[in-house]
Design a protein around this ligand. Sequence first.
Ligand code: PLP
Length: 828
Amino acid sequence: MEITKRKKEQKYRTSKKNIKENFIEHLNLSLGKDFSNATLWDKYHALALLVKDRVVEKWLKTQKKYYETTDVKRVYYLSIEFLIGRLLYNNLLNLQIDEEVKKAMKDLNLSLEEIAEAEPDAGLGNGGLGRLAACFLDSIATLGLPGYGYGIRYDYGIFKQVIKDGFQIELPDDWLKNGNPWEIERKDRTVKVKFFGRSESYKDEDGNIRFKWVDTFDVLAVPYDTPIIGYGNNVANTLRLWSAKALNEFDFNNFQKGNYIKSAESNAIASAISKVLYPNDAFYSGRELRLKQEYFFVSASLQDIIRRFKKQFGNQFDLFPKRNVIQLNDTHPALAIPELMRILVDEEHLPWEKAWDITIKTFAYTNHTVMPEALEKWEVHLFERLLPRHLEILYEINARFLDNAKKIFNGNIEKIRNVSIFEEGNVKQVRMANLSIVGSFSINGVSKLHTEILKKNVFKDFYEIWPEKFNNKTNGITQRRWLLQCNPGLSKIINETIGSEWITNLDYLKNLEKFADDKSFLDKFYEVKQNNKIRLSRYIEKELDIKVDPESIFDVQVKRLHEYKRQLLNVMHIIYIYQRLKENPNLDIYPRTFIFGAKAAPGYRMAKLIIKLINSVANVVNNDKDIKDKIKVIFIPNYNVSLAEIIIPAANVSEQISTAGKEASGTGNMKFALNGALTIGTLDGANIEIKECVGDENIFIFGLTAEQVSKLKESRLYNPYDIYLRNEHIRNILDAINNSFFEKNNPDLFKDIFQSLLFGINGSQADEYMLLADFDSYKTRHKEIDLTYRNKYTWNKKALLNVARVGIFSSDRTIREYAEDIWKVKKI
Ligand SMILES: *Cc1c(COP(=O)(O)O)cnc(C)c1O
């Protein structure tokens, strides 16, 4: 009786009728608007609120269930970035009410698509690392695991990029200005985070020497929760983001002394901590505010985790690692290690050895890069000022660890120096990667190759000590956002052909292989791609006022701009084609549209110069009548998650061309393959595993291997200037760049690019990223792409086999592996 009543109610809640009623109710009662005077934002807001009602019901039930389950083990994912994008459509799909809502809106003469566009992107991340965290949240909830994301609620996310005269300009991303309907402020869970001060020792009643951290400057951390809903399973987990606030809006000590302005100052200092995301991708810059951000969210999160643990298990800290596991997304949250030690030793008064045992059974660390400029190292001076007690704890951790290491290494000084948490030198520094390895029971890389490089090169001395700690977890992407949501056309024909099981089990796409020679299916498959290309062409025409031909090959490179990702190699190839066409306007090439999207870190000069070069080349190529529109070059500004959702489904060719050994995994590569683009790529990161899955004949691999790159570098035989002299094509390309052929009124503009490729710049090696070494094989593969595309069925068969064979790159698979091998957490 009860059950049928609840079911009826449930059904009613998801009916078109109820959705319409609730929508109007929210417009009227929550927002105080009439239907007739509601703005697009109001409509979006009302729809989001009605969705949130349905999410929160499930959220409360899920959280209650977790609390009532006594043997629950929780996983905490600590990440300084979550690149979520929009949530409305994602939540509608995961709740499986998208169809009813679409119909309800239609009845009200509204378009769901248009309303969804009103939502700003939650851009609380730079690129791959932050997007991975967002995909993981989706998979953790869909697998029904008791998981929590912890991070920072930045007032300003990744900057908005506009292009002016071909140059990148950064504008602030004020994503919260109209409010955020998805979040729930939890003032009651506010905690205090301490900074500065000093460490003081004292004797307790039993005569033990203890330490406390005193005279601190305290800041409030206020949590904001966003429920993360699983697909069709009634599970809703929590993403808890911390916002910094002053202890007192006005510091009354100063206020009473008559210092009105000074009293407001501490407020500004406090709230600065969660003001803005650092816009560097894979680059470390040792700024004090960044260290504050890291400690701020780590300390708040650990206090929250321990509060939740104590509520259920009291002071039974022996149980802590059995009930909790904390995954560190890169080294940014590594301060959690000394912070947990401080809490257990200084506040809970556990013996050091006991506390350390608990700590190393709790943490697991994911490494994301082997590039030296990305590895975090903090000056000891800064550490000492900001976190004096943590520095003492680090010295103790390191001393004990090195005692052991000395024995294992038989006193080999170099090895001991390599593994130390401290780097000696002019300025003594704390190495966050070493800290993360010493303090964790698991260290994982994010693709097979990357994990091998960690074990053999970057962390080989650690691998000698603890081979069992190292493991691989190849990255993945959620098919809910990266196929179901962004490519409704493809999803539809897949569902009609093999059913919809793939939405929660991506391996099911294997069943599409049967249709690889089915011309009527390939026709439909081709048509879907064409429609996606038309959708992107419309966007390009509307935003950039450039017409592109949807019949041309869409050749796409979208990702952060980095020298190692080699957008410049792509540009060199475009210049090469352009020069061939100028020589012979009747050259037989298949029309191609080269599409770029990339943000450069605001302080990264060379990256910004490459953006300008892309735009200059685009300007010349697109306006040259001689080449008869055979090629076009498009730079789409402000690449973000929502743009990725339009661009990727429209791609024929996916450019994954990093210098081998540099891209830890890549996840863009997986999104493209899943949406039926063919990859042109190096044997780097997950490209290698994509090749193994799709087959050599369905991917265009080129260039040196990681091993060849490192051998060539070690041999010091690599001489790009020789290549320049010998290779006429390369010479013509580089000369055109150097002579400013593409920017005639600014003759010196691109000289640094030429300089950097041939001679090195500011101490860098000549052609550090080996573009000239790989150019010829790159251009050969591109020629094959041109020829292959001409045969529609050949091409579409390859593209379909990519879709069918990349199921393994679902983040559901990745999370299942984390859960089984590292976390030991189970579905409730
Ligand atoms: C997936 C994604 C990335 C990562 O792309 P890579 O090609 O793996 O570097 C970066 N930014 C956005 C917006 C993404 O969606």
